[in-house]
Write a protein that binds this ligand. Sequence first.
Ligand code: NAP
Ligand code: GDD
Length: 329
Amino acid sequence: MSKRAKRALVTGITGQDGSHLAELLLDKGYEVLGMVRRTSTVNWERIGHLQDRITFVHGDLLDQVSLLTILQEYQPDEVYNLAAQSFVPTSWQQPVLTGEFTALGVTRMLDAIRTINPEIRFYQASSSEMFGKVVETPQRETTPFYPRSPYGVAKVYGHWITVNYRESYDLHATSGILFNHEGPRRGLEFVTRKISHGVARIKLGLANELRLGNLDAKRDWGYAGDYVEAMWLMLQQDSPDDYVVATGETHSVREFCELAFDRVGLDWEKYVVVDERFFRPAEVDLLVGDASKARRVLGWEPKTSFEELVNLMVDADLALLEGKLQGIS
Ligand code: NAP
Ligand code: GDD
C-alpha cells in the first residue's frame, strides 16, 4: 500500500508567514490544510496563487470545538501554529483579545492535540518580542525574557505553555523564537513595509511625506521566505526543542529608511517626518539574535542580506503600485 503524503495544518495561513510556509510545504509534497476564520469578504490576497492546492478548514483559536473537530476529521501529522494578533501597537488597544488569541489560543491547540492525537508534531510561533528590554546581547535560547507589550507578554505565555506541554505530556512541541522577518507580503502597518510602500508612493508622486515613530529602534531583520524553512526543519528533528532564528545583524529604522530611499534615488531626510503618534508606551530598543543553535542543529542559515531585503521590498512595492496605476489609466 502506498504511504499517504504528510499532512500539515497551518493556522494563520492567510498571514505573511502562512503563505510562505504553505508554498514550502506544497513544494515538499505535503497535503496542506489551511485554517481560516469565517469573514464576510475573502482575504486570501497572499495565498490566492495557492488556493487550488490547499484544503481550507474553518476554525478559530478562540473556539476549542473547532480545533478538536479539525484535528479529529483531518488527522494532520504536523501543526504549525502561526495564528496570532501579531501587531504590537494593537496589543495595547486590545490587550485582552491579544491574550485570548496569542496566549490562550496556544493552550487550546496544544490541548486539542493532547486529546485527539499526542503524536502530532507542534510548532509554536514564538517571538523575539519576548526578550523586550533585553538583559543580554545577542539574545539566545537561554536569555531571560522581559516583554514590553501585552503582545510580548502573551507570546511568553505561548512559549512556556509549549514547553510545559512538551514536559507534561511528552508532546513533540517546539518553540521557534523568530526575530523580525519581512518581505513584500508583510502587512502595511509594520515599519519595513510601511517604509517600502511609502517610498514607492513618493517615487510615483502619490505622496510627499512618510510619517514614522522611533527611528532609533534597532531590529534583526531577515527575509520571511528564509525563516519558514527553519520552522519546517524544527519539526523534522527527532526531539522537540527551542530555537532562535535570526540573522545576527541589527539595523535601525533610520538605516532601513536610508537604504529604501537610496534604492529610488531619493534623500530620506527630505520626506520622513517623525510623528509622536507612532511612538509606543514602552519600546523594545534593540534586538539582535544568536542563531548558532539553529545553524548547528538544523543546518539553517539566512540567505538574504539586509540590503537585498530592503531592495526586494521597495522593488515589489514599486511594481505593485505601477501595476495599479496602469490598471486605472
Ligand atoms: P500576520 O501576517 O499578522 O498573520 C496572522 C495570522 O493569524 C492571519 O492569518 C490571521 O488571520 C490569523 N489569526 C489571527 N487571529 C486568529 C484567530 N483568533 N484564529 C485563527 N486565526 C487567527 O503574522 P505573520 O507575520 O505571518 O506572523 C506569523 C506568526 O509568527 C504570528 O504568530 C506572529 O506573532 C509570529 N511572529 C512573527 C514575526 C515576524 O517578524 N513576522 C516574528 C516572530 C513571531 P486573518 O487573515 O483572518 O486575520
Ligand atoms: N509599526 C511601526 N510604524 N513601527 C515603527 C514606526 C511606524 O511608523 N516608526 C518606528 N517604528 C518602530 C517601532 O517602534 C519598533 O521599534 C520597530 O519600528 C519595529 O516595529 P514593527 O515593524 O511594528 O515590528 P515589531 O518589532 O514591533 O514586531 C514585529 O516583530 C516581532 C518579532 O520581534 C511583529 O511581526 C511581531 O508580531 C513579531 O513578534
